[in-house]
Design a binder for this molecule. Structure first.
Ligand code: GUN
Length: 279
């Protein structure tokens, strides 16, 4: 039986550690505030934003909420972000993505001060990550590193294969695994012989966005399998990019969906909020 990597449990441990740290900062008179901006009312975004605010309340970070109408102009959004950049009582700024089509997402990300970029999406944060400087880490990949470390899975010297090359997951994941001395391959939709490449992996990270795409044919016996996907199947069940029932018997450790990578993203966002006040 594979070890089940319990993201729910590990994210709870991290949030409890952060809660203690935040209480210590409070005792020193240091408060932390996260500004959360949502433009429009996309239902999935509303769920994410609600969960982020809940996590803030749990660890003792103030969340300041900005719910803007769908018709908000790019200029108005930029003006708000600039005001929050200048507001010393605000430590972190999060603009929930996606923003409506008439707003240039990249422009908004670049407007957020790199010192308040708790999502780790700003080009300065990305650059810092790649050259090994301290900075905000993209939350989902940082959460995956924590899942591995806290499950006593070593990365050093391992063949790590990432399937997916997005700016939010695949690319920062590569930088972080490299930082941990893994040997890293980034595969994607145009990779030739994807099965053969995936089969090289001691640690396989799957972020391709295709429901139950990865079967046991992609798995080296005893590999560690991390599933970043989240889908609702025809029977209305949540599932990932990995066919769990088929892959689990061939892996040494695997994340479930739900309850694997998902809960880690918010825990690492909270860590980035606390990072704004750490020395
Ligand atoms: N939309 C989906 N995931 C994320 C995330 O991690 N951060 C932000 N800001 N928007 C998202």
């Amino acid at each position: 039986m594979a070890q089940l990597i319990d993201g729910k449990l590990i994210s709870q441990q991290i949030k409890d550690e952060l809660k203690e740290e935040v209480a210590q900062f409070k005792a020193e008179g240091i408060d932390i505030c996260l500004a959360v901006i949502q433009v429009g009312s996309d239902p999935a975004s509303s769920v994410y934003v609600r969960n982020k605010k809940k996590a803030c309340a749990y660890i003792g970070v103030e969340s300041r909420s900005y719910e803007l109408p769908e018709e908000t102009s790019e200029e108005e959004l930029i003006k708000l972000v600039e005001e929050l950049n200048a507001d010393e009582s605000v430590n972190g700024i999060l603009v929930q993505l996606p923003v409506p089509d008439h707003i240039d997402e990249d422009k908004i990300i670049r407007t957020i001060s790199p010192d308040k970029d708790v999502d780790g999406f700003h080009p300065v944060s990305v650059g810092r990550l790649w050259i090994g400087e301290k900075g905000f880490l993209s939350c989902t990949p940082a959460g995956i590193i924590q899942l591995l470390k806290r499950s006593n899975i070593s990365i050093e010297g391992k063949e790590c294969v990432i399937i997916g090359r997005s700016n939010i997951v695949g690319k920062p994941m590569a930088a972080l695994l490299l930082r941990e001395n893994g040997t890293v391959t980034v595969a994607h939709s145009r990779t030739k012989d994807l099965k053969e490449v995936a089969k090289r992996a001691d640690i396989l990270i799957v972020a391709i966005g295709k429901e139950r795409f990865i079967t046991s044919e992609y798995i080296k016996e005893g590999a560690v399998v991390i599933d970043v996907g989240m889908h609702r199947d025809e029977a209305n069940h949540l599932c990932g990019d990995v066919d769990f029932a088929d892959v689990e018997p061939h892996s040494s450790a695997i994340t479930p969906v739900p309850g694997g990578v998902g809960p880690m993203t918010i825990a690492m966002l909270m860590n980035n909020c606390v990072e704004t006040v750490r020395k």
